[in-house]
Design a protein around this ligand. Structure first.
Ligand code: UDP
Ligand code: GLC
Ligand code: MN
Length: 338
Protein backbone atom coordinates (compact mmCIF):
# COMPACT_ATOMS: atom_id res chain seq x y z
CA UNK A 1 0.00 0.00 0.00
CA UNK A 2 1.39 3.36 -1.03
CA UNK A 3 0.17 5.14 2.07
CA UNK A 4 1.94 2.83 4.51
CA UNK A 5 5.62 2.96 5.33
CA UNK A 6 8.44 1.64 7.46
CA UNK A 7 10.29 4.55 9.04
CA UNK A 8 13.72 4.78 10.64
CA UNK A 9 16.04 7.49 11.96
CA UNK A 10 19.75 8.24 11.68
CA UNK A 11 21.33 11.39 13.07
CA UNK A 12 24.85 10.48 11.96
CA UNK A 13 26.79 8.11 9.74
CA UNK A 14 27.08 5.14 12.08
CA UNK A 15 23.33 4.91 12.55
CA UNK A 16 22.98 5.61 8.82
CA UNK A 17 24.92 2.38 8.16
CA UNK A 18 22.45 0.62 10.44
CA UNK A 19 19.59 2.17 8.49
CA UNK A 20 21.11 0.93 5.22
CA UNK A 21 21.24 -2.65 6.51
CA UNK A 22 17.71 -2.39 7.91
CA UNK A 23 16.39 -1.04 4.58
CA UNK A 24 18.14 -3.81 2.65
CA UNK A 25 16.75 -6.44 5.01
CA UNK A 26 13.20 -5.12 4.52
CA UNK A 27 13.66 -5.14 0.72
CA UNK A 28 15.19 -8.64 0.76
CA UNK A 29 12.05 -9.87 2.46
CA UNK A 30 9.89 -8.26 -0.22
CA UNK A 31 8.04 -5.67 1.75
CA UNK A 32 5.22 -4.02 -0.19
CA UNK A 33 5.48 -0.87 1.97
CA UNK A 34 7.36 2.37 1.35
CA UNK A 35 10.65 2.95 3.18
CA UNK A 36 11.38 6.30 4.83
CA UNK A 37 14.60 7.42 6.54
CA UNK A 38 14.61 10.51 8.74
CA UNK A 39 18.13 11.96 8.82
CA UNK A 40 19.93 14.61 10.83
CA UNK A 41 22.19 17.25 9.25
CA UNK A 42 25.36 15.37 10.30
CA UNK A 43 24.76 12.49 7.90
CA UNK A 44 27.45 12.80 5.20
CA UNK A 45 26.67 13.26 1.50
CA UNK A 46 27.86 9.77 0.44
CA UNK A 47 25.75 8.15 3.16
CA UNK A 48 22.73 10.22 2.14
CA UNK A 49 23.20 9.03 -1.47
CA UNK A 50 23.30 5.38 -0.41
CA UNK A 51 20.22 5.87 1.76
CA UNK A 52 18.41 7.42 -1.21
CA UNK A 53 19.15 4.28 -3.24
CA UNK A 54 17.64 2.01 -0.64
CA UNK A 55 14.82 4.18 0.74
CA UNK A 56 11.87 5.69 -1.15
CA UNK A 57 12.14 8.86 0.88
CA UNK A 58 15.05 10.37 2.80
CA UNK A 59 13.82 13.28 4.84
CA UNK A 60 16.06 15.75 6.72
CA UNK A 61 14.74 16.64 10.17
CA UNK A 62 15.85 18.94 12.99
CA UNK A 63 17.55 17.11 15.79
CA UNK A 64 15.49 17.27 18.97
CA UNK A 65 17.52 16.63 22.11
CA UNK A 66 16.21 16.21 25.63
CA UNK A 67 19.55 17.38 27.06
CA UNK A 68 18.39 15.46 30.12
CA UNK A 69 21.78 14.29 31.35
CA UNK A 70 20.52 13.14 34.75
CA UNK A 71 18.05 10.60 33.35
CA UNK A 72 20.31 9.58 30.51
CA UNK A 73 23.12 8.94 32.98
CA UNK A 74 20.87 6.45 34.80
CA UNK A 75 20.75 4.43 31.57
CA UNK A 76 24.49 5.01 31.05
CA UNK A 77 23.61 6.33 27.61
CA UNK A 78 24.41 10.08 27.39
CA UNK A 79 23.96 9.82 23.62
CA UNK A 80 20.25 9.00 23.71
CA UNK A 81 18.87 12.55 24.22
CA UNK A 82 18.72 12.90 20.44
CA UNK A 83 16.33 9.98 20.18
CA UNK A 84 13.52 12.49 20.78
CA UNK A 85 14.10 13.27 17.08
CA UNK A 86 12.13 10.07 16.54
CA UNK A 87 8.96 11.97 17.42
CA UNK A 88 9.19 13.65 13.99
CA UNK A 89 7.82 10.41 12.55
CA UNK A 90 4.32 11.58 13.52
CA UNK A 91 4.68 14.43 10.98
CA UNK A 92 4.73 11.98 8.03
CA UNK A 93 1.05 12.64 7.38
CA UNK A 94 1.19 11.58 3.71
CA UNK A 95 1.08 8.06 5.16
CA UNK A 96 -1.93 6.76 7.06
CA UNK A 97 -0.06 4.13 9.05
CA UNK A 98 3.62 3.46 9.69
CA UNK A 99 5.93 1.13 11.55
CA UNK A 100 8.91 2.82 13.17
CA UNK A 101 12.07 0.71 13.46
CA UNK A 102 15.32 1.69 15.18
CA UNK A 103 18.36 1.81 12.91
CA UNK A 104 19.89 -0.97 15.02
CA UNK A 105 17.22 -3.50 14.05
CA UNK A 106 17.46 -6.21 11.41
CA UNK A 107 14.51 -7.88 9.69
CA UNK A 108 14.70 -11.66 9.34
CA UNK A 109 11.44 -12.29 7.48
CA UNK A 110 8.53 -10.36 5.97
CA UNK A 111 6.73 -8.36 8.67
CA UNK A 112 4.12 -6.50 6.62
CA UNK A 113 1.43 -8.05 8.82
CA UNK A 114 2.38 -5.46 11.46
CA UNK A 115 0.24 -3.00 9.50
CA UNK A 116 -2.86 -4.90 10.65
CA UNK A 117 -2.20 -3.47 14.13
CA UNK A 118 -3.39 -0.16 15.53
CA UNK A 119 -1.53 2.76 17.13
CA UNK A 120 0.29 2.31 19.48
CA UNK A 121 1.37 -1.31 19.15
CA UNK A 122 4.77 -2.37 20.40
CA UNK A 123 6.56 -5.24 22.13
CA UNK A 124 7.43 -5.29 25.85
CA UNK A 125 10.76 -3.86 26.91
CA UNK A 126 12.99 -6.68 28.17
CA UNK A 127 14.18 -4.55 31.11
CA UNK A 128 10.69 -3.51 32.31
CA UNK A 129 7.97 -5.43 30.49
CA UNK A 130 5.15 -3.11 31.67
CA UNK A 131 6.77 -0.56 29.38
CA UNK A 132 6.94 -1.05 25.65
CA UNK A 133 10.24 -0.88 23.82
CA UNK A 134 10.27 1.97 21.33
CA UNK A 135 12.65 0.25 18.92
CA UNK A 136 9.69 -1.13 16.89
CA UNK A 137 6.19 0.38 17.03
CA UNK A 138 3.09 0.86 14.90
CA UNK A 139 1.73 4.42 14.74
CA UNK A 140 -0.52 6.73 12.73
CA UNK A 141 1.07 10.01 11.61
CA UNK A 142 -0.93 13.03 12.79
CA UNK A 143 0.07 16.64 13.41
CA UNK A 144 -2.34 16.68 16.30
CA UNK A 145 -0.61 13.75 18.01
CA UNK A 146 2.80 15.26 17.20
CA UNK A 147 1.78 18.53 18.88
CA UNK A 148 0.47 16.68 21.93
CA UNK A 149 3.69 14.64 22.19
CA UNK A 150 5.83 17.80 22.14
CA UNK A 151 3.57 19.35 24.73
CA UNK A 152 3.90 16.21 26.86
CA UNK A 153 7.71 16.52 26.62
CA UNK A 154 7.61 20.13 27.77
CA UNK A 155 5.28 19.42 30.66
CA UNK A 156 6.58 16.06 31.89
CA UNK A 157 9.96 15.47 30.28
CA UNK A 158 11.07 11.89 29.72
CA UNK A 159 11.71 9.51 32.58
CA UNK A 160 14.61 7.93 30.68
CA UNK A 161 15.77 11.06 28.89
CA UNK A 162 14.88 9.55 25.47
CA UNK A 163 11.83 8.84 23.34
CA UNK A 164 10.90 5.62 25.10
CA UNK A 165 10.23 7.46 28.36
CA UNK A 166 8.03 10.05 26.61
CA UNK A 167 6.12 7.51 24.55
CA UNK A 168 5.42 5.27 27.53
CA UNK A 169 4.25 8.29 29.50
CA UNK A 170 2.01 9.44 26.66
CA UNK A 171 0.60 6.02 25.71
CA UNK A 172 0.43 5.12 29.38
CA UNK A 173 -2.40 2.58 29.19
CA UNK A 174 -0.45 0.34 26.76
CA UNK A 175 0.32 -2.25 29.45
CA UNK A 176 -3.30 -2.89 30.40
CA UNK A 177 -5.80 -1.51 27.87
CA UNK A 178 -5.67 -3.73 24.78
CA UNK A 179 -3.68 -6.93 24.40
CA UNK A 180 -3.79 -6.66 20.59
CA UNK A 181 -1.41 -3.70 20.95
CA UNK A 182 1.19 -5.97 22.53
CA UNK A 183 3.38 -7.16 19.71
CA UNK A 184 4.88 -10.61 20.19
CA UNK A 185 8.48 -10.39 21.35
CA UNK A 186 9.65 -11.99 18.08
CA UNK A 187 9.02 -8.60 16.39
CA UNK A 188 11.59 -6.93 18.62
CA UNK A 189 13.93 -9.56 19.97
CA UNK A 190 16.51 -7.63 21.95
CA UNK A 191 19.86 -9.29 21.94
CA UNK A 192 19.89 -8.60 25.70
CA UNK A 193 17.13 -11.19 26.22
CA UNK A 194 19.34 -13.89 24.79
CA UNK A 195 21.57 -13.89 27.81
CA UNK A 196 18.96 -12.98 30.41
CA UNK A 197 16.73 -15.94 29.44
CA UNK A 198 18.79 -18.32 27.35
CA UNK A 199 16.42 -21.33 27.58
CA UNK A 200 13.55 -19.22 26.16
CA UNK A 201 15.84 -18.02 23.42
CA UNK A 202 16.74 -21.62 22.60
CA UNK A 203 13.05 -22.57 22.54
CA UNK A 204 11.64 -19.61 20.60
CA UNK A 205 14.62 -17.77 19.07
CA UNK A 206 14.31 -19.49 15.71
CA UNK A 207 10.94 -17.78 15.10
CA UNK A 208 12.40 -14.29 15.55
CA UNK A 209 11.34 -11.87 12.81
CA UNK A 210 13.18 -8.77 13.97
CA UNK A 211 16.35 -8.65 16.02
CA UNK A 212 17.22 -5.44 17.90
CA UNK A 213 20.84 -4.79 18.83
CA UNK A 214 19.75 -2.80 21.86
CA UNK A 215 22.47 -1.42 24.12
CA UNK A 216 25.67 0.52 23.87
CA UNK A 217 27.53 -1.89 21.61
CA UNK A 218 26.12 -1.91 18.10
CA UNK A 219 26.97 -4.21 15.18
CA UNK A 220 29.06 -1.39 13.70
CA UNK A 221 31.11 -1.20 16.91
CA UNK A 222 32.88 -4.39 15.84
CA UNK A 223 35.05 -5.16 12.85
CA UNK A 224 34.47 -8.02 10.49
CA UNK A 225 37.09 -10.22 8.91
CA UNK A 226 35.62 -10.84 5.47
CA UNK A 227 38.04 -13.67 4.63
CA UNK A 228 37.44 -15.67 7.79
CA UNK A 229 33.80 -14.51 8.10
CA UNK A 230 34.53 -13.70 11.70
CA UNK A 231 33.57 -10.80 13.91
CA UNK A 232 36.30 -9.26 15.99
CA UNK A 233 36.07 -6.89 18.89
CA UNK A 234 36.61 -6.72 22.61
CA UNK A 235 33.11 -6.97 23.98
CA UNK A 236 32.33 -9.93 26.26
CA UNK A 237 28.66 -10.40 25.40
CA UNK A 238 29.54 -10.73 21.73
CA UNK A 239 29.32 -14.49 21.55
CA UNK A 240 25.76 -14.59 22.85
CA UNK A 241 24.13 -13.17 19.76
CA UNK A 242 26.73 -14.19 17.24
CA UNK A 243 24.46 -15.53 14.50
CA UNK A 244 22.47 -12.31 14.38
CA UNK A 245 25.63 -10.23 14.36
CA UNK A 246 26.91 -12.37 11.53
CA UNK A 247 23.64 -11.91 9.66
CA UNK A 248 24.05 -8.15 10.04
CA UNK A 249 27.67 -8.16 8.89
CA UNK A 250 27.03 -10.54 6.03
CA UNK A 251 24.32 -8.26 4.65
CA UNK A 252 26.33 -5.11 5.34
CA UNK A 253 29.55 -6.38 3.74
CA UNK A 254 27.87 -7.89 0.69
CA UNK A 255 25.14 -5.38 -0.13
CA UNK A 256 25.96 -2.07 1.58
CA UNK A 257 29.77 -1.76 1.46
CA UNK A 258 29.87 -1.92 -2.39
CA UNK A 259 27.35 0.96 -2.49
CA UNK A 260 29.41 2.94 0.02
CA UNK A 261 32.53 2.39 -2.12
CA UNK A 262 30.68 3.63 -5.15
CA UNK A 263 29.50 6.79 -3.43
CA UNK A 264 32.66 7.60 -1.48
CA UNK A 265 34.66 7.29 -4.73
CA UNK A 266 38.21 8.49 -4.04
CA UNK A 267 37.36 9.73 -0.54
CA UNK A 268 38.65 7.40 2.17
CA UNK A 269 36.16 5.75 4.49
CA UNK A 270 36.30 2.98 7.03
CA UNK A 271 33.86 0.20 6.25
CA UNK A 272 34.72 -1.82 9.36
CA UNK A 273 35.69 -4.80 7.17
CA UNK A 274 39.20 -6.23 7.34
CA UNK A 275 40.90 -9.17 5.64
CA UNK A 276 42.70 -11.81 7.69
CA UNK A 277 46.44 -11.71 7.57
CA UNK A 278 47.14 -15.36 6.92
CA UNK A 279 45.57 -18.68 6.11
CA UNK A 280 47.45 -21.30 8.04
CA UNK A 281 46.51 -24.94 7.58
CA UNK A 282 46.37 -25.47 11.34
CA UNK A 283 43.18 -23.80 12.44
CA UNK A 284 42.67 -22.94 16.05
CA UNK A 285 39.15 -21.73 15.66
CA UNK A 286 37.21 -20.31 18.51
CA UNK A 287 34.78 -22.90 19.77
CA UNK A 288 32.65 -20.51 21.76
CA UNK A 289 28.95 -20.54 21.14
CA UNK A 290 28.97 -23.68 19.08
CA UNK A 291 25.59 -24.77 17.87
CA UNK A 292 24.58 -21.18 17.24
CA UNK A 293 27.15 -20.57 14.61
CA UNK A 294 28.81 -23.28 12.63
CA UNK A 295 30.46 -21.30 9.87
CA UNK A 296 31.96 -18.34 11.65
CA UNK A 297 32.75 -17.19 15.14
CA UNK A 298 32.76 -14.21 17.38
CA UNK A 299 35.71 -13.69 19.67
CA UNK A 300 35.66 -11.53 22.73
CA UNK A 301 39.38 -10.75 22.82
CA UNK A 302 41.60 -8.82 20.45
CA UNK A 303 42.13 -11.24 17.60
CA UNK A 304 45.17 -13.53 17.42
CA UNK A 305 45.87 -15.03 14.04
CA UNK A 306 45.98 -18.80 13.82
CA UNK A 307 49.79 -18.67 13.62
CA UNK A 308 50.11 -16.32 16.60
CA UNK A 309 47.85 -18.57 18.61
CA UNK A 310 49.84 -21.67 17.66
CA UNK A 311 53.05 -19.89 18.71
CA UNK A 312 51.51 -19.02 22.07
CA UNK A 313 50.59 -22.68 22.59
CA UNK A 314 54.10 -23.77 21.73
CA UNK A 315 55.45 -21.28 24.26
CA UNK A 316 53.16 -22.74 26.91
CA UNK A 317 50.98 -19.62 26.90
CA UNK A 318 47.59 -21.06 26.08
CA UNK A 319 44.62 -18.87 27.01
CA UNK A 320 43.45 -21.31 29.70
CA UNK A 321 40.78 -19.02 31.08
CA UNK A 322 39.39 -18.01 27.70
CA UNK A 323 39.41 -19.50 24.22
CA UNK A 324 41.58 -22.45 25.25
CA UNK A 325 39.68 -23.30 28.41
CA UNK A 326 39.13 -26.96 29.26
CA UNK A 327 35.41 -26.73 28.45
CA UNK A 328 36.07 -25.24 25.04
CA UNK A 329 38.70 -27.82 24.16
CA UNK A 330 36.46 -30.65 25.34
CA UNK A 331 33.57 -29.32 23.24
CA UNK A 332 35.84 -29.11 20.24
CA UNK A 333 37.08 -32.68 20.73
CA UNK A 334 33.51 -33.91 21.21
CA UNK A 335 32.52 -32.28 17.96
CA UNK A 336 35.37 -34.08 16.15
CA UNK A 337 34.35 -37.42 17.67
CA UNK A 338 30.69 -37.03 16.67
N1 UDP B 1 19.64 7.37 17.03
C1 UDP B 1 20.32 8.20 16.15
N2 UDP B 1 21.45 8.83 16.60
C2 UDP B 1 21.95 8.67 17.86
C3 UDP B 1 21.27 7.82 18.74
C4 UDP B 1 20.13 7.17 18.30
O1 UDP B 1 19.92 8.36 15.02
O2 UDP B 1 23.00 9.27 18.17
C5 UDP B 1 18.39 6.72 16.59
C6 UDP B 1 18.61 5.42 15.84
O3 UDP B 1 17.54 5.17 14.96
C7 UDP B 1 18.61 4.43 16.99
C8 UDP B 1 17.46 4.99 17.84
O4 UDP B 1 17.60 6.41 17.73
O5 UDP B 1 18.40 3.10 16.56
C9 UDP B 1 17.49 4.59 19.31
O6 UDP B 1 18.82 4.60 19.81
P1 UDP B 1 19.57 3.23 20.13
O7 UDP B 1 19.15 2.20 19.15
O8 UDP B 1 21.03 3.53 20.25
O9 UDP B 1 18.97 2.91 21.56
P2 UDP B 1 18.86 1.46 22.23
O10 UDP B 1 17.92 0.68 21.39
O11 UDP B 1 20.24 0.88 22.27
O12 UDP B 1 18.34 1.76 23.59
C1 GLC C 1 15.27 2.26 24.49
C2 GLC C 1 14.88 1.93 23.07
C3 GLC C 1 15.30 2.98 22.11
C4 GLC C 1 15.05 4.35 22.69
C5 GLC C 1 15.79 4.53 23.98
C6 GLC C 1 15.66 5.93 24.60
O1 GLC C 1 16.20 1.48 25.06
O2 GLC C 1 15.36 0.68 22.63
O3 GLC C 1 14.60 2.76 20.91
O4 GLC C 1 15.43 5.32 21.74
O5 GLC C 1 15.35 3.59 24.89
O6 GLC C 1 14.41 6.18 25.15
MN1 MN D 1 17.81 0.48 19.32
Amino acid sequence: MADQAFVTLATHDNYARGAMVLGKSLRNHNTSKKLVALIGPQVSEPCQSVLRKIYDEVRPVDVLDSGDTAHLAMMKRPDLGVTLTKLHCWTLTHYSKCVFMDADTLVLSNIDELFDREELSAAPDPGWPDCFNSGVFVFCPSMETYGKLLQYCTEHGSFDGGDQGVLNGFFSNWATADISKHLPFIYNLSSIAIYTYLPAFKQFGSSAKVVHFLGKTKPWSYTFDITAKRITGSVPEASTHSTFLLDWWTLYSSAVVPMLHEHYGEQPFHSGCVESRCCDTVTFESVQDEGHSSHAQVSSQPELSSVERKEKWEQGQADYMGMDSFDNIKRKLDSFLK
